[in-house]
Design a protein around this ligand. Sequence first.
Ligand SMILES: NC(=O)c1ccc[n+]([C@@H]2O[C@H](COP(=O)([O-])OP(=O)(O)OC[C@H]3O[C@@H](n4cnc5c(N)ncnc54)[C@H](OP(=O)(O)O)[C@@H]3O)[C@@H](O)[C@H]2O)c1
Length: 258
Amino acid sequence: MSKSLSGKIAVVTGASRGIGRSIAETLAAKGALVAVHYGKSKGPAEEVVAKIKAAGGDAFAVGADLAKKGAAQALFAAVDQELKQRTGDTKFDILVNNAGIAPFVNFADTTEEILDEIYTVNVRSLFLITQEAVKRLRDNGRIISTSSGVVRTPLPAVAAYSMLKAPLDNLAKSLAVELGPRGITVNTVAPGVINTDMAADFVNNAEGQAFAISKQALKRIGQPDDVADVVAFLAGPDSRWVTGQTIDVTGGSVITFA
Ligand SMILES: NC(=O)c1ccc[n+]([C@@H]2O[C@H](COP(=O)([O-])OP(=O)(O)OC[C@H]3O[C@@H](n4cnc5c(N)ncnc54)[C@H](OP(=O)(O)O)[C@@H]3O)[C@@H](O)[C@H]2O)c1
């Protein structure tokens, strides 16, 4: 694998499992030092770090519960401390906002508490983490957030989650303009059904798989590395002229009216 991210430092939220784990491993394989963020899954995050190191890369784990107030400060207190030890300052190059939750609850059954939690983890913490990151990002850096195909084609079974992914695409446009003069690009990726714990209801039974595949042009279930490779492109030098965009990574889900 080419070392196109050699000398770069990346912070990947929600990197203990699923898509984020694959993103962390892919960026590390391309030469980046990766901060592997976790919420509850400390052990799995440490396994990701160990796997990256065993493959010749470098990484460290940082914990912060994004459902809590002060999460952005907690995250960057830990990242800053580690980077100061390693590099002498707190600057880094790539932020991947990937952590997220998707409680499987329809519109009518969405309580105030559920709505607040989705908002806090998926939107509020992401916004505040990005604010802290921008203070530390080097010129020509990268911000990439994991949005979802449900912004384009909402899933009524997760109406609040679908609605609350739209702000990520919107923020990317504002920030692309604000940070463009510094050469920093800001984009989102929009996965469809991907084989992770989050999509277990679709992925772990034949009926769900058949439903997902029936909606896609490409006839298999998406895997975390199908998304991670696109994130790696957006994190690397070849995407230098792409900003303020949402890249659909759905295997061509629901792209015609047929
Ligand atoms: N899977 C799909 O089909 C799909 C499709 C479209 C978009 N996405 C998006 O892709 C991203 C990753 O999803 P995934 O499928 O990989 O999900 P996943 O397997 O459930 O992993 C979620 C990740 O987010 C972290 N996280 C969740 N709540 C957190 C909290 N309160 N504080 C800190 N970290 C927290 C988890 O960390 P801990 O376990 O350490 O708490 C974990 O690393 C999400 O933003 C999701 O919305 C997924």
